[in-house]
Design a protein around this ligand. Structure first.
Ligand SMILES: C[S@@+](CC[C@H](N)C(=O)[O-])C[C@H]1O[C@@H](n2cnc3c(N)ncnc32)[C@H](O)[C@@H]1O
Length: 191
């Protein structure tokens, strides 16, 4: 299926679903389309090859990330809810991008404890108040020269405040708050 058509379908379906469903665990809570375009810009301009995403949902943002990488690019994405993993896998197949994506049914905190690899880009879009608890692991899992992007940095500023303060306080990080979508906190890790 053409990616543009799939994005449009998921955008419409996600908004409708989130309006109609009150149970938060069944909401899609997708990034906005302009956030997808912003992520595309970041991945392409930095020639990012390895991406870690925390919070897959139905795979909408994962598709933006995977589509933006070059042929050898790979996305690992973490999701704790099995029904969302199942939806995401269907969407990855429909987009023809399954080969580039590994979806793991793991809690982020557990994953970071045993993460062996380092990533060029880490995209955080899960439970914001938990980020601080694995902040040191996030930093060590990001390679020097890589970038961290966190969604909801403006829409949920208070929940993100401590984590953003922590990253800003690290000597080897340069940060910026970008008013795209729900607000993207970006941080570059220097050597
Ligand atoms: C905001 S949604 C992600 C939306 C997705 N990034 C998109 O834009 O299409 C957050 C997701 O993170 C998942 N999640 C929450 N806490 C998590 C954790 N500790 N580890 C992995 N996934 C988690 C939730 O189940 C939920 O599906």
């Amino acid at each position: 299926m053409k990616l543009g058509c799939l994005f449009s379908e998921l955008e419409e379906q996600g908004l409708k679903n989130d309006l109609e469903i009150s149970d938060r665990s069944y909401k899609q809570l997708n990034i906005t389309k302009d956030t997808g375009e912003f992520l595309t810009f970041l991945v392409k301009v930095s020639n990012t090859k390895t991406i870690l995403e925390v919070g897959t949902s139905n795979g909408y943002s994962t598709l933006w990330l995977a589509a933006a990488t070059a042929d050898t690019g790979r996305v690992t994405t973490l999701e704790i809810q099995q029904h969302k993993i199942d939806q995401a896998k269907v969407n990855f197949e429909r987009a023809g991008l399954s080969e580039k994506i590994e979806v793991l049914g793991l809690d982020a905190a557990e994953f970071f404890k045993q993460a062996g690899d380092q990533y060029d880009l880490i995209f955080l879009d899960a439970e914001r108040i938990e980020y601080m608890s694995y902040s040191k692991d996030i930093i060590s899992t990001l390679r020097a020269g890589g970038g961290l992007v966190c969604d909801n940095a403006i829409s949920h500023k208070s929940e993100m405040a401590e984590f953003m303060r922590f990253i800003k306080g690290c000597n080897n990080f340069v940060t910026s708050l970008v008013p795209v979508g729900k607000g993207e906190f970006v941080a570059y890790k220097s050597a």
